[in-house]
Design a protein around this ligand. Sequence first.
Ligand code: ATP
Length: 492
Amino acid sequence: MSNAPEDIFKNVISHAKEYGFVFPSSEIYDGLSAVYDYGQNGVELKNNIKTYWWKAMVQMNENIVGLDSAIFMHPMIWKASGHVDGFSDPMIDNKDSQKRYRADQLLEDKIAAYDQEGKTDLAELLQSEMDAALKNEDLPRLRELIIEYEITDPIGGSKNWTEVRQFNLMFSTQMGAIAGEADVVYLRPETAQGIFVNYLNVQKSGRMKIPFGIAQIGKAFRNEVIARQFIIRMREFEQMEMQYFVRPGTQLEWFEKWKETRLKWHLALGTAPEKYRYHEHTKLAHYADAAFDIEFEFPFGFKEVEGIHSRTDFDLSQHQKFSNKKMQYFDPELGPDGKPYGNYIPYVIETSIGLDRMFLLTMINAYEEEDLSTEERQDSRTVLHLHPCLAPVKAAIFPLTKKDGLPEKAREIMDALKVDFNLQYEEKDTIGRRYRRQDAIGTPFCITVDHQTLEDDTVTIRYRDTMQQERVKAADLQKIIGDLVSWKNLLG
Ligand code: ATP
């Protein structure tokens, strides 16, 4: 077993498949690029991450409410938001390999390589030249940089590059029976616009007062030019976004607050703080007046997991302009001059986290190939040290043997607990093997029912991380498990 980061990453990917977390989509047809399916354990882990987010954002904040807007929206929304004209990546093809790349990504890889080689001067120079070219949308300059810095095709090593072109990332399809220009609809590339166009519906029906937030979890679609690094860059993925509506002029205070609050949410899971860092955007999107990413150190380097953006009143103003409907909020509170703040278009702070990236981060953080060898014998296990709140299966129930009434007793215990917890019943193989299988999917507790259980209603509970066992009353299991998987441990 090797502990090199790239090997760990490969091992996590194969572990995710072997244990029913993530499968390549349409695998029997050789897969579909950058699309993945979540298996029986993956869907549970994903749901638990969603619950953690939803509770932290909606349930714990009286002034934040949820929304579930449709994926299809009026095509004008994407005109107003700027996605039809501007949501594109600079792309370049290699003429020899016929492979397509994102020009900025090729340059970023070169910068990372310079950094690794200790050539920080070159890394900084290239970074600033690339930033300038991207800021000015100077596509020929991006190509020049690729040529000047002798960037070769990662596949064939060729330097034979095409021009750089913009490539729109939105998927489109037709709505209705007759396909025509007018019927084009897009698959949303972000969930945020569904929040913006509903903000007054929610504000009025919920009698929300500024500052307030709207949170949404849902699918987003981007026709990424290059898809790579497993579920980091997918064409169909899920976002958990919250838009926080504030009084103009107060946005930077709220921005700071959300930046800190969101990092705390990540760290509460017990991740080592040095695995996280903030990355400040120096090149701001046209609508933003501040933007930070929360980055996590994946085995292949730091990568954005969540963005916190101060989006000003750009989106709401654009929708007001394009729909001809007033997007103003009336603020009855009195300002410093003793008069109500009155009508204005709120400013917006957005927190936007990729659920799939959070899923991968969680798997990587939890994954351990643990050496359990003693002087007498070699032994090891693969274990997912998932936070009990996130674990797909909370406890596994094993009858020691398949006879003597033990399965019936185990089922009886399971039936009493399964309303509250996702449990698994297993009677095959030795207890040791069953422990290993549960360790591999991150089950925090295994409960063994044996002959003594029939006499005194006690069971053995075995803890995943310490592998220690203790004898407890079956009647106490509800409380023991309940306390250890309680959301209070994360949110209390
Ligand atoms: P990147 O620079 O990595 O393409 P982005 O800045 O375009 O990401 P945002 O538009 O800010 O990303 O989206 C918010 C979050 O959605 C990101 O932080 C990321 O976690 C997630 N995300 C974005 N694109 C993808 C994708 N193609 N696959 C999976 N998750 C994604």
